[in-house]
Design a protein around this ligand. Sequence first.
Ligand code: HEM
Length: 281
Amino acid sequence: MSQPMSHMPEDGPETPNLDFKGTTPYEDYVQADVLTHLQHPLSDDPGEMVFLVTTQVMELWFTVLVHEWTTAARALREDDLPTAMAALGRSTHELESLNASWRPISHLTPAQFNSYRAALGEGSGFQSGMYRRLEFLLGEKSASMLVPHRGTPRAHDELEKALQEPSLYDEVLRLLHRRGYAIPTAVLERNPALRYEPDPQVERVWQQIYAGDQDSELVRLGEALTDVAELVWRWRNDHLVATRRAMGAKTGTGGSAGVAWLEKRVQKNPFPEIWTARSHV
Ligand code: HEM
């Protein structure tokens, strides 16, 4: 790391160091020079820059969320509930920041979006490897979602690993089992590479937990997961509405039916029994 050179004293409060032998320690840590030169718009439209940067900002938040939920899943596996709760708590604030970043592009008119839409070609957020890892952690597993990433070995390897690993919710259910709750063997021993399907006995377990002491650590865990699920649903819904405003019922650049396909995705709730159990408490 570079060493600051001495500077002349001035009147008033000490000013920051100006002279560094090499790059600044800030640059060494943040790599701002790299980060702020990764923006290569594909059209001449001045409105494309914020679309690109918003997408990049969201990718960074996806990366942070994957980190938090991986931390939480590992901590749950080790019966370290405080570490898991801290990571889940941080992730809800991060999700709020992620969702707030829709603001600059949530009111595009079709004509504004059309100004650079063609330049995107077949590019679509659907091809985001980090978003897919995030969905895998939530239990929304699908081997076919690896296919688009065959040409990107690192992303493909990371996704393949995430597909085979238990999701955050799998780890939650295993912890409930170790705490004496009747999670079915078929759920505990399920193939983690398959999409999680709701189970009536798991719903009864959440019903039992939620009917009990409201200050218990398992109710607090359930509520932390509920916060995460709600904010993920909000991201999906904000995405749907922004899409509806920008392109109506046209097909997506990624080749899907567009809004009709996204409407189906919004109907999925992460951690399903935490929601359905509420009807029986
Ligand atoms: C107004 C701007 C946007 C429009 C009109 C739009 C449109 C769409 C459409 C139509 C799809 C369905 C797949 C396809 O056929 O392309 C999609 C998927 C997706 N988009 Fe966007 N999008 C927008 C902004 C963003 C941004 C900023 C991100 C951030 C990374 C993003 C991330 C995603 C993801 C992750 C999916 C896949 C969702 C899933 O698998 O459930 N989109 N988008």
